[in-house]
Design a protein around this ligand. Structure first.
Ligand code: ADP
Length: 399
């Protein structure tokens, strides 16, 4: 056998956040994840990179590394696996504004357009661009594809994406609801026929519940309503983000606490949500365990989380004039038997009744229908954003 036949062609998926860079290596033929890894705590003394291949985890400290240095470390770490031939790179890009309505090949003009909209996500887009430059440097001959978290929601009707503030703010500054988690929703939308005997479903509400949480109404395959807004801060109660609040609170709290509007905004992103309400943790597992032991604050946080989710589901059923199926995904959606049961408990008016047995059995990466026999379907579908990105990359790549 020649060297070439022993090589496995793979796609490198990069997801650069403000202080981290997640990466995954996906087998181009079998669509399986071969390597997953994370560079974290970038620009600090604790910066490190970890990588898992065949259930073995390797870790390396890269103190004070910035994105560029972390990406060099990732490239070096991947070079060890000589049997893996990287054929293309896919980038998760957080914000594509109205410019990018679908994934695209990286060209000079695409990069220019991305730079032109970078104001809309000032923490994330520079990290995404650092990832793009680093990948261009490391793999100059490979195609690179940009996959946008906002793109799936570009089908939102004007009535769903406009805020009722002076229209000129939309015209001038692009202020509108963009929505996020789009790559996950697209993956779920594509996976539904696997759970539904090959059939698509007309009206679905998908709850992506992780540390970041949002809901999306998908009507005939298109996003028509979603809970995150101009930024991912809006909508549901999230791990540390407040979700929807009265905007007047910003000035009120700033006056009361004598913190600047910037500092209050930081509180709304990082010290609110489940963490803020429970005064204990942003991790749903910790809250559930504490609530079971009688901790009222943790119970309160979970109650508010569930109530907001129920409100959103009811609203989106109204938006679509009905709902045929529900989907739960994300770390909480895929694992929390408690949150799913509590949420569904008040949705019988929409035709959803949970099967306690199926609910309890559907955890840790298991997908399936957790509805009782007479209910409309309630699917748990493990999301796979990296795979969705790799699939997009492959549509632009000739192997
Ligand atoms: P991110 O938004 O960071 O991608 P994930 O989708 O990985 O987040 O979800 C992480 C969250 O999933 C954790 O904060 C935790 O609250 C929740 N989670 C994971 N496992 C469980 C579980 N068994 N029960 C309840 N919540 C869980």
């Amino acid at each position: 056998m020649t060297q070439a036949t022993l090589m496995t062609q793979v796609v490198l998926v990069l997801n650069c956040g403000s202080s981290s860079a997640k990466f995954a290596v996906i087998d181009a033929k079998h669509k399986t994840t071969l390597i997953s890894g994370l560079a974290e705590c970038l620009n600090s003394a604790d910066a490190s990179i970890s990588l898992t291949y065949q259930n073995k985890k390797k870790q390396q400290n890269i103190p004070h590394a910035n994105h560029d240095e972390a990406l060099s470390a990732i490239v070096q770490a991947l070079a060890v696996y000589k049997q893996l031939q990287i054929v293309a790179v896919g980038h998760r890009v957080v914000h594509g504004s109205e410019t990018f309505t679908q994934s695209c090949l990286l060209t000079e003009s695409a990069l220019e357009s991305l730079l032109a909209v970078s104001d809309l996500a000032p923490l994330h887009t520079p990290a995404n661009i650092a990832g793009i430059y680093a990948a261009q440097k490391a793999y100059p001959e490979l195609p690179q594809v940009l996959v946008f978290d906002t793109a799936f929601h570009q089908t939102l009707p004007e009535s769903a994406y406009l805020y009722a503030i002076p229209y000129d703010y939309y015209r001038r500054y692009g202020v509108r609801r963009y929505g996020f988690h789009g790559t996950s929703y697209r993956y779920i939308n594509q996976a539904i026929p696997d759970y539904n005997r090959g059939q698509t479903v007309s009206k679905v509400i998908v709850a992506h519940l992780g540390n970041g949480a949002s809901v999306c109404a998908i009507h005939n395959g298109q996003s028509v309503a979603t809970s995150m807004g101009f930024t991912p801060l809006d909508g549901l109660v999230q791990g540390t983000r407040c979700g929807s609040i009265d905007p007047a609170l910003l000035t009120f709290l700033s006056e009361q606490t004598r913190l600047s509007v910037e500092d209050i905004t930081e509180v709304l992103w990082k010290q609110s949500g489940l963490l803020g309400l429970s005064e204990k943790s942003n991790d749903c597992r910790v809250l559930e365990a504490s609530a079971r032991e009688g901790n009222q604050a943790c119970q309160r946080a979970l109650n508010v989380f569930v109530a907001r989710l129920q409100e959103a589901i009811g609203a989106y059923a109204a938006v679509m004039d009905g709902v045929d199926a529900l989907v739960f995904t994300g770390g909480i959606g895929e694992n929390s038997v408690f949150i799913r049961a509590q949420t569904i408990a008040k949705l019988s008016y929409l035709g959803f009744v949970i099967s306690q047995d199926n609910n309890a059995a559907t955890i840790r990466g298991q997908g399936g229908n957790i509805a009782s026999r007479d209910s409309k379907p309630i699917w748990v579908i493990p999301t796979n954003e990296e795979l969705m990105i790799a699939e997009d990359v492959l549509t632009f790549t000739t192997l």
